[in-house]
Design a protein around this ligand. Structure first.
Ligand SMILES: [Ca+2]
Length: 363
């Protein structure tokens, strides 16, 4: 590494650190009406029949129940009861926002041994995420269950709907919550708008905040070459054999899920990309993805990878590397975001892997 690169690394580290402090990760609750089934209010030991305020009973029989001494209830004094075959739904007022990870949770219980629940998130009349399971075998004990949903671009702006279904036997439900984890951006000049160049022109071996470690690369303002650019007016161009990287001020945190994404395109048929998340201290590739941009020239497609922090690398700085092979590659809008993994989700490692696969298929 030459001295200029070293200085850039230090600058990146300082600026990245500042950004990390200015934009803390946070969970924002999404409003669910009557989330804990306290309305309509009923007397202890009684229930409503096919009436739950703000919820639609789209199949079967369901209502609210004030069970009194039957239950230790997580919130309030009422639960929703659902017979096997029942589904309750609520369409939320909030629209799906980009750079988000949604976490739907509910408490489920049953007085029967063979009850099962299904939680679903629906967008644009499509089930986008679901989880099915059984409440605790011990009767009348509530357990919190949940699912993660990372929206793909096609659903941004749509309303989310929640479905809860019961099968096998009667199910009780309490306190439904939906949180949006707002992802934290870490990358400088992520969409290659700097240095700014005139339409139809490009920079050569100069991309602000990025280090070109091999081959030739720069920014390009392609104008009419591209009908759609993911962000701004400029993209990065990379010749075959080129690698660009950025050292981030972000240190790897425990129990964190990192999501690295970028848009790729090419004017050639045999271009391929490699996107890597790297431990900069140990020079270890933590996660990578290799593939080809769309066969149709000058069409961008988003690709990405997920990395769940491993205790061995905690405290080390992250680096992003992007490489081109085969033919010239164009890149835009690189995003690295992270969310702290709630402790209950650490048990759902397979669910996270499943989500990654689903997400890749859709993109
Ligand atoms: Ca751009």
């Amino acid at each position: 590494m030459n001295s200029q690169a070293r200085i850039m690394v230090v600058l990146c580290a300082v600026m990245g650190l500042l950004m990390a402090f200015l934009v803390p990760a946070s969970a924002a609750p999404i409003t669910i009406l009557n989330p804990s089934f306290e309305s309509p209010s009923v007397a202890q030991g009684t229930n409503s029949w096919d009436a739950i305020t703000n919820w639609t009973i789209s199949s079967g029989d369901a209502g609210v129940w004030n069970p009194g001494p039957w239950y230790a209830i997580p919130y309030g004094s009422q639960v929703a009861w659902m017979n096997a075959g029942a589904t309750i739904s609520q369409t939320l007022g909030a629209t799906i926002a980009p750079n988000s990870l949604y976490y739907l949770q509910a408490y489920v219980a049953s007085g029967w041994y063979n009850a099962s629940y299904t939680l679903q998130l629906v967008a644009d009349n499509t089930v986008v995420a679901q989880i099915t399971g059984q409440p605790p075998a011990q009767p009348f004990i509530f357990q919190q269950v949940g699912l993660l949903y990372q929206p793909s671009n096609q659903y941004i702006g749509d309303n989310l709907q929640i479905n809860i279904s019961a099968a096998g036997a009667a199910l009780d439900v309490n306190k439904v919550t939906l949180n949006r984890y707002i992802e934290v951006p870490y990358i400088l000049n992520p969409s290659f708008e700097s240095p700014s160049v005139a339409q139809g022109t490009n920079s050569w071996d100069n991309i602000t905040n990025w280090i070109i470690t091999s081959g030739d690369a720069g920014v390009w303002n392609p104008g009419p070459w591209y009908t759609t650019i993911p962000a701004g007016n400029q993209i990065a161009w990379m010749h075959a054999g080129a690698t660009i990287c950025q050292f981030l001020g972000v240190k790897i945190k425990a129990n964190t899920l990192y999501n690295l994404q970028a848009y790729f395109a090419s004017g050639w048929y045999n271009a391929s990309y490699t996107l890597q998340l790297v431990d900069a201290q140990d020079n270890v590739v933590l996660a990578q993805i290799t593939g080809q941009p769309p066969a149709q020239p000058f069409i961008f497609q988003q690709e990405g990878l997920l990395y769940q922090s491993n205790s061995q690398y905690i405290g080390d700085n992250l680096e992003i590397r992007i490489s081109a092979a085969g033919a010239a590659l164009d890149v835009d809008e690189v995003t690295l975001t992270s969310i702290p993994i709630p402790s209950t989700l650490l048990l759902l490692g397979s669910g996270i892997a499943g989500m990654a696969l689903m997400w890749r298929r859709r993109s």
